[in-house]
Design a protein around this ligand. Structure first.
Ligand SMILES: O=C(O)/C=C/C=C(\O)C(=O)O
Length: 69
């Protein structure tokens, strides 16, 4: 079965992951002409390191700030 494994930093939102699943499933299905039900997407969430992007750091700060109020 076609399977995609995506490495992502921890902290990506459920909405982002859902969109990734929808887009990658749709596009792989289209490209290989295979029903979407056969396609599997796995997320491999990795700890932050020195390369974590600023937009993810900002999103986490805003989220934590929002949780405190
Ligand atoms: O380098 C990796 O294996 C993974 C990187 C992940 C990101 O860049 C991200 O989640 O933005």
């Amino acid at each position: 079965m076609p399977e995609i494994t995506i490495r992502l930093y921890e902290g990506r939102t459920d909405e982002q992951k859902q969109e990734i699943v929808e887009v990658f499933t749709r596009e792989l299905s289209r490209i290989i002409d295979r029903e979407p039900d056969y396609i599997s997407i796995e997320f491999n969430e990795i700890p932050w390191d020195e390369n974590v992007p600023d937009n993810l750091k900002s999103a986490q700060s805003q989220k934590q700030g929002g949780e405190k109020t």
